[in-house]
Design a protein around this ligand. Structure first.
Ligand SMILES: Nc1ncnc2c1ncn2[C@@H]1O[C@H](COP(=O)(O)OP(=O)(O)O)[C@@H](O)[C@H]1O
Ligand SMILES: [Mg+2]
Length: 316
C-alpha cells in the first residue's frame, strides 16, 4: 500500500454570519499518495482555500480527521507545521525587502544557521531564476517573479508536503508555464503537492488526480482521463462542399448526425488519432471528398458542466 501524505475524512466547516450558519465544507474526504500532485479544482467560493487552511493548521475544522505527513493534525499540529509549506492565494512576500532578504528572513524564522541560510537562499534564487533581481526590492518584481519568490520562500524549510493555493491565478501564460515547470520539478524531487485551481486546464496539465469541489462537496474524483471518460461530447465534424458529397458520406460512415444546412456530418469520437485516420481512410476509399474537418476532444470543462449542470463561466 502506498503511503498517504494527506488523508482527510469527513472535513466539515461552517462560518456564522448575519443570515446564520453557512456550511462551507460539507464532508470532504481526500487521500493524496506521497510524491504525487493532487488538484482540488473548483470555482470561486467552492471552499478550496478553507480546505487548504484546515489541512495546513491555519484554521480549525468543525469536524473530520486529518493526517498530514504521517502526523495527526489535531494531536500533533507542530509536527504537521514542521513538515509542510504553504503558498497562499495571498502572497507572503514583503515587498519592501529584496528577494534575497525575504529568503534570508524565512531562513531565520526556520532557525537555519547564517551560513546555511545564505546557501539555501542562493540555491533558491538560482533555481527560481531570480539571481539578477535578488538585490532589488520585491515591489519592483513582476507578478510571475513575486509568485516564484513566494514559492521559493516556502521551500526554504524543505517541506515534504506543499500546499499551493491558486499559484497561477492572474499570471500571464508564460509565467503560468514557468510555474508549472517548477511544480513538476518539485514533484520529481519527491515532495507531495496539493494544488488548488480554478483552471481546468491546469489540473489537467499537472495533477495525478483531480477532485472537483463544488459548494463544499466533492462531486467527482479521479485522473483527468477518468473524469473525461465520464462525459460525452467528443466528436469529429466533417464538412462537405455540397449535398451530394454529404449524402455519400452519411452512407459510407453509417453513424453520426448530418446537418444538411451547414453541410456537415458530426461523428461521435474519442478524438483519438487512430479513429480520425480510419474515418478519413474510409471516406477516401469511397471517393468522398472532405472539404474540412475539426476534432473536439472532451475536456474538463465538459466534466464540470455535466456534473453540475452549470456553465463554466462560474468556474473561470
Ligand atoms: N472567515 C470567513 N468567514 C465567513 N465566511 C467565510 C470565511 N472564509 C471563507 N468564507 C466563505 O466560505 C466560502 C468558501 O470560501 P473559500 O474557501 O475561500 O473558497 P475558494 O478558495 O474555493 O474560493 C465562501 O462562500 C466564503 O465567502
Ligand atoms: Mg481561494
Amino acid at each position: 500500500m502506498t503511503n498517504l501524505a494527506i488523508a482527510a475524512t469527513g472535513l466539515r466547516k461552517s462560518y456564522r454570519d448575519k443570515s446564520g450558519d453557512k456550511v462551507v465544507l460539507d464532508g470532504v474526504d481526500l487521500a493524496v499518495p506521497e510524491g504525487t500532485i493532487f488538484s482540488l479544482l473548483g470555482p470561486n467560493g467552492a471552499g478550496k482555500t478553507t480546505t487548504v487552511k484546515i489541512l495546513s493548521t491555519l484554521t480549525a475544522a468543525d469536524g473530520g480527521d486529518v493526517r498530514v505527513a504521517g502526523h495527526d493534525l489535531a494531536r500533533s499540529p507542530d509536527e504537521v507545521r514542521g513538515a509542510i509549506g504553504v503558498t497562499g492565494q495571498y502572497s507572503a512576500v514583503d515587498k519592501l525587502l529584496t528577494g534575497e532578504e525575504n529568503l534570508l528572513l524565512m531562513a531565520d524564522l526556520g532557525h537555519l544557521s547564517r551560513r546555511d541560510g545564505r546557501r539555501r537562499a542562493a540555491e533558491l534564487l538560482e533555481r527560481f531564476d531570480l539571481v539578477e533581481a535578488a538585490r532589488e526590492p520585491a515591489a519592483t518584481y513582476s507578478g510571475g517573479m513575486q509568485r516564484r519568490l513566494d514559492l521559493a520562500m516556502t521551500l526554504v524549510g524543505e517541506p515534504r508536503v506543499i500546499f499551493l493555493d491558486e499559484p497561477t491565478t492572474g499570471l500571464d501564460p508564460r509565467s503560468r508555464r514557468a510555474m508549472w515547470e517548477i511544480v513538476r520539478e518539485l514533484v520529481a524531487g519527491g515532495v507531495t503537492i496539493l494544488l488548488t485551481t480554478q483552471y481546468l486546464e491546469e489540473a489537467d496539465e499537472l495533477a495525478d488526480r483531480i477532485a472537483l469541489l463544488d459548494r463544499g462537496r466533492l462531486i467527482a474524483e479521479g485522473t483527468a482521463e477518468e473524469l473525461k471518460r465520464r462525459i460525452p461530447g467528443g466528436h469529429v465534424e466533417l464538412a462537405f462542399a455540397d449535398a451530394a458529397r454529404l449524402d455519400a458520406a452519411v452512407r459510407a460512415v453509417g453513424v453520426g448526425t448530418a446537418d444538411p444546412e451547414a453541410l456537415t456530418l458530426r461523428v461521435p469520437s474519442d478524438g483519438g488519432v487512430r479513429m480520425v485516420r480510419d474515418l478519413l481512410v474510409l471516406l477516401d476509399d469511397q471517393c468522398v471528398e472532405v472539404a474540412g474537418m475539426s476534432v473536439r476532444t472532451p475536456d474538463l470543462d465538459d466534466v464540470f458542466l455535466t456534473l453540475t449542470g452549470r456553465e463554466k463561466e462560474t468556474v473561470r
